[in-house]
Write a protein that binds this ligand. Sequence first.
Ligand code: NDP
Ligand code: GDR
Length: 326
Amino acid sequence: MTTRALITGITGQDGSYLAELLLDKGYEVVGMVRRSSTVNFERIAHIQDQVTTVPGDLLDEVSLINILREHRPHEVYNLAAQSFVQTSFGQPVLTGEITGLGVTRLLDAIRIVDPEIRFYQASTSEMFGKVQEVPQKESTPFYPRSPYGVAKLYGHWITINYRESYQIHASSGILFNHESPRRGLEFVTRKITHAVAQIKLGQLDTLALGNLDAQRDWGYAGDYVEAMWLMLQQEEPDDYVISTGRTHSVREFCEVAFGHVGLDYEQYVTVDERFMRPAEVDLLIGDPTKAREKLGWIPGTSFEDLVTTMVDADIDLLSGKLREIS
Ligand code: NDP
Ligand code: GDR
């Protein structure tokens, strides 16, 4: 029997990598996409003929129930979210609706249609927020610092609640930042690598950033989607921290990215208040011991490889070299 998976957020960074992984494993992949006035399939264009896309929205429970009834997935990966922290300060209610309540809508649709479906929730290190313990692990107290982090914490607890209330095989992956050439341009890593490529190619003079001292545990998205799949293959549902166990500042990211093309970041980077957040998360570093011991998961990409791969990919992209972004 072919295993069928539904991915919400398939047009996003992680959705595209997860879809590739599941197709490689012989899954039938159904991807939920929300209606927009322009087609937004750039990240899945290369696999579009292998996945079934269906219209739906985390804001609309009827659409979720209908998709589950029609496509009967065995596994559901909830990757859809308003995922940009900065935007969550400007649109806190919408963020709560999608990123928080959206999880309940989907879990409740599963409860109604087929509680045997296995469920993955995309939780986040942003739930740890203000530093309570270093490194952060599954038992570390949460202290979110943005409407996004608060909404995700709600999603995390409602996942646990549906697991305990209705015995749904629901797992929550507390993933630390993970990046790739497919990362959205507004996130700091891709903003930097794209700007480095532009500067190198003579298309840009300076790069304005916010807090250069923020520290993040950055991994590669392609490695992290494997952990999502592994969680749903376990006999028992559970929660796992997924991270590299190393941290670097935004400044260090700049150093490596600019250095890769022979430039000194200090000559190009300026600090602009517009990119500072009302409340910041200063330091994230995750302890992935549980994932290693229980899932057998280990991150396979170093920080330096991640940064240089992203810079090279952006140089290729901007210099018009035809290639599939990996
Ligand atoms: P992206 O922002 O790249 O993708 C988000 C996806 O959600 C897009 O496909 C988007 O669709 C979709 N979406 C947004 N709103 C809705 C809605 N109302 N209904 C249905 N779909 C919607 O995020 P990532 O791929 O980076 O992250 C995947 C998930 O993992 C997110 O939930 C994120 O919060 C979480 N996460 C990410 C981490 C990271 O470092 N990348 C770390 C920890 C957690 P559209 O294309 O139409 O905008
Ligand atoms: P984050 O990612 O908020 O950690 O959320 P982002 O790349 O936006 O910020 C990381 C850190 O860099 C600092 N920063 C800047 N950030 C942006 N975007 N733009 C800037 O110019 C800039 N300058 C400095 C930020 O202040 C922050 O400290 C990501 C998202 O993918 C979430 O969905 C996910 O849950 C978390 O990672 C884990």
